[in-house]
Design a protein around this ligand. Structure first.
Ligand SMILES: [Zn+2]
Length: 79
């Protein structure tokens, strides 16, 4: 699965958080989100976005990539 830089759209290696092309570092944002989720494990993307100032679409990307585990009461609980 390929990752793409959130800033310039360049291809990034999976698990890489620093873009080789433009130097954009997603790790800071990732860390912010992760810290928030750790403190508030039941947050959804919207709450994280409000708390961190990071856009919902970016947060969803982190979650979709499996970088973050956020409990979503609707999707995670079903079986
Ligand atoms: Zn880039």
């Amino acid at each position: 699965m390929k990752d793409f830089c959130l800033k310039c759209g360049s291809e990034m290696s999976p698990g890489e958080y620093t873009c080789k092309v433009c130097g954009q570092n997603d790790m800071d944002e990732y860390r912010l989100i992760r810290n928030y989720v750790r403190s508030f494990p039941n947050s959804n993307a919207m709450q994280i976005a409000n708390a961190t100032g990071i856009s919902v679409s970016k947060i969803l990307r982190y979650i979709r990539d499996g970088s973050l585990t956020v409990v979503d009461s609707h999707t995670r609980r079903g079986r």
